[in-house]
Design a protein around this ligand. Structure first.
Ligand code: HEM
Length: 324
């Protein structure tokens, strides 16, 4: 359809506004200042995952928890200081892992190009490489994020989606980050990787009020989970969200969810909403793996744009755990 001449300036204005909103990040941002940056991250990640394949999930999750609180600005990596309890020490972040690996990759980059590559970009690249190394899709990562100077545990506790969330609540939290229902059902597919502690789902096994199990959970599966999590206070045991292939990035998570074997209420909830249910059931057939890989790449790119600092905002930290 042709745009009428009078409408053209308006259309251009709208385009300019929307591209400004899409964050000022660039593919190849470090091509002059640190040309090997992506290669250094990739090579270090290959070594890290070769030794500890189970770190792929935690590194992907770190990026998500970073982006959902103050945007993708590496605020999740900062240590608490006297007078400030940082995001890292918020309750939902207590189970995060992989901080040492981020410091290790950052140290390599500092040795090659001091003060150039932000921790926020390092984390974004590491999460993409984690997915690739777990046999998932790859996608180009636009770079140029800067590191934030603030980190608050209270913000993390109030802004991260709870495992008990239903679709309306999760959709509201995602919308507050500029992400839609499709991003919610697609990014939940990250639960194809990794493990969870009993407290994240035990309320579905031993209902503390009426002694009943969550009816949205397959009862045979609930029996198996109860053998692992012996009581509501069990904090030691781990369960996979995608049993059978929790170290491989694939579509079997959706098959578990479709069979009412999603581990968290937030996973199970994807079957209750008509739009998310359609997507779960479609990908669960195993006939649309390439579509899921494309969708995941697109939603990760969107998530990596959330609230980024660019230009002269923030700083480029020397160490990811502390301000300069
Ligand atoms: C939709 C809302 C989400 C909720 C409520 C949620 C909740 C959780 C919870 C409770 C855990 C287990 C923590 C533990 O007990 O150790 C977990 C693990 C994980 N989450 Fe999510 N999550 C969500 C979305 C996402 C997204 C968007 C990603 C990444 C794109 C992600 C990636 C992961 C990964 C990889 C793990 C496993 C980490 C490990 O192995 O240590 N999650 N999530």
């Amino acid at each position: 359809m042709a745009i009428r001449p009078l409408l053209l300036p308006l259309a251009l204005l709208a385009l300019a506004a929307s591209s400004a909103a899409v964050a000022n990040l660039e593919i190849g941002f470090y091509s002059k200042t640190c040309p090997d940056a992506e290669k250094i991250v990739r090579e270090e990640m290959a070594k890290i995952i070769a030794v500890a394949p189970s770190l792929a999930g935690p590194l992907l999750r770190l990026h998500f928890h970073d982006c959902f609180v103050r945007g993708c600005d590496a605020s999740v990596l900062l240590e608490s200081t006297e007078g400030n309890v940082a995001e890292k020490d918020a309750k939902p972040n207590k189970s995060l892992r992989g901080f040492g690996s981020v410091e290790r990759v950052k140290a390599k980059l500092e040795a090659a190009c001091p003060g150039v590559v932000s921790c926020a970009d390092v984390l974004t690249l590491m999460s993409r490489d984690a997915v690739v190394l777990a046999k998932g899709p790859s996608w180009p990562v636009a770079l140029g994020r800067r590191d934030g100077r603030e980190s608050s545990a209270a913000e993390a506790s109030s802004q991260l989606p709870p495992a008990s969330g239903d679709v309306p609540l999760l959709a509201k939290i995602f919308a507050s980050k500029g992400l839609g229902l499709k991003d919610l059902v697609v990014l939940s597919g990250a639960h194809t990787l990794g493990t969870a502690h009993c407290p994240s789902f035990v309320d579905r096994l031993y209902n503390t009020t009426d002694g009943l199990v969550d009816p949205s959970l397959d009862s045979e599966y609930a029996d198996k989970l109860r053998l692992k999590c012996r009581s509501v206070d069990d904090r030691a045991m781990l369960s996979e969200m995608d049993p059978g292939s929790f170290k491989t990035f694939d579509t079997s998570y959706y098959r578990h969810v479709a069979k009412r074997r999603g581990l968290f209420r937030s996973d199970a909830a994807l079957l209750f909403d008509a739009d998310t249910r359609d997507y779960v059931q479609r990908i669960a057939t195993g006939k649309f793996d390439a579509e899921f890989f494309r969708d995941f790449s697109a939603s990760m790119t969107k998530m990596g744009d959330v609230g980024v600092l660019t230009g002269t905002q923030g700083e480029i930290r020397k160490k990811c755990y502390a301000l300069n």
